[in-house]
Write a protein that binds this ligand. Structure first.
Ligand code: FE2
Length: 372
């Protein structure tokens, strides 16, 4: 839980987290070997680095996956004594760490803790024969953390990892567009305050339960963004409805707040989704009726409309342009973490016009699981 009571005063003191962007996202999973195979074969990531017993770590394995500027680390415990097992028991496979690259770990740590972040791992060096980096970690919502990583002139992914050159078949995704957190009822504003006070983020946009609701359930959402807008964190909370909100379903299965989805950007969503579908990726089903009215709402786009419909891609427009997006089904058996594929054509919003269609699609699946 963020302690933001003294944060405003600390924020005013000037010291700030020296944020450079997202360094990597780390997933904790039950079987990293198989999960890595899935992310390589289905999502086209290269395996670029490996950490485990062969590199001197005997309690866990980590595979580093890369596509464009997206770095994802997939980690599993190797022994029953590793506390990671408790995390996995509670949450199942999911995002543990949204790690930031910072210019100065010690300064960022001091600033974050002074502004109300809960400390987890103090600044320390991670060394290997080929060099060193400095890192630390603070807590955020649920059982999720932000590590701060100061790379200095370290050239590899991270010390302790051996080079791996197992190539995937690139599907065109190249950067993390945004990372969405689901938090408990009435906690959205607290966590927005946390990102504002600890990281100097500001509110980019908000959606209330009138924007995102069906007959049964609804949610509220605010998007917090870093000063340069390079890091965007939408934060959702469930809103009361006739039946259980999909956000509440996530929280029940994750046992707490956590990362709902990673949005990965492509410049050619038609090719990306076609390839992902060929690879066996499962997407939320978009009803045919969605395309009856979408072009009236969105107008002309550069992409072939028939192909957009055939691939069941969602489209939305705002004052600045349009976007195309599609959401996978949960990537593990618990209805928790999933991935969004997004192409931005001028639009810098999040597909508000699609929320209704998306929400109804998720609810149909929630209904099948008996959780609505
Ligand atoms: Fe999203």
């Amino acid at each position: 839980m963020p302690d933001t009571s003294t944060a405003a005063a600390s924020a005013a003191s000037g010291a700030s987290v020296d944020l450079r962007g997202i360094h990597h996202v780390e997933l904790w999973v039950g079987n990293a070997k198989q999960a890595t195979y899935f992310y390589r074969k289905c999502f086209g990531f290269d395996q670029v680095a490996y950490l485990g017993p062969e590199t001197g770590y005997h309690d866990r394995v980590s595979y580093c996956l890369r596509q464009g500027n997206i770095f994802v680390v997939v980690t599993s415990p190797l022994t029953h004594l590793n506390p990671m097992n408790i995390w996995l028991n509670c949450h199942g496979d999911g995002v543990r760490d949204i790690a930031f690259e910072v210019g100065d770990v010690d300064r960022s740590w001091q600033a974050a803790v002074a502004r109300g972040a809960t400390p987890l791992i103090e600044p320390h060096d991670v060394e290997a024969s080929d060099g060193a980096i400095r890192r630390c970690s603070v807590r955020t919502y649920g059982d999720t953390v932000h590590s701060f990583i100061e790379r200095g002139d370290y050239a590899g992914f991270m010390p302790g990892y051996a080079l791996d050159e197992t190539r995937g078949d690139n599907v065109g995704i190249h950067c993390i567009d945004h990372v969405v957190g689901n938090v408990e009822h009435k906690r959205m504003d607290d966590w927005c305050d946390f990102y504002e006070q600890v990281f100097d983020f500001s509110q980019f946009v908000s959606y209330d339960d009138k924007d995102i609701c069906t007959d049964f359930t609804s949610l509220r959402s605010k998007v917090m963004a870093s000063e340069d807008r390079a890091v965007k964190f939408p934060i959702n909370e469930p809103a009361p409805g006739k039946k259980k909100s999909q956000i509440q379903e996530y929280i029940d299965f994750n046992m707490t707040a956590g990362v709902q989805h990673l949005a990965l950007r492509t410049e050619n969503i038609l090719e990306t989704i076609e390839q992902l579908r060929e690879n066996g990726a499962e997407f939320l089903d978009v009803p045919d009726s969605y395309y009856d009215s979408v072009w009236d709402r969105v107008g002309d786009i550069d992409e072939d409309r028939d192909k957009v419909r055939d691939l069941k891609i969602l489209v939305d427009r705002d004052d600045n342009g349009y976007l195309l997006q599609l959401f996978t089904r949960p990537l593990q058996d618990r209805p928790t973490f999933f991935v969004e594929i997004i192409q931005r054509c001028g639009s810098d919003s999040f597909g508000k016009g699609n929320f209704q269609a998306l929400f109804e699609a998720i609810e149909r699946e929630q209904q099948k699981r008996g959780n609505l």
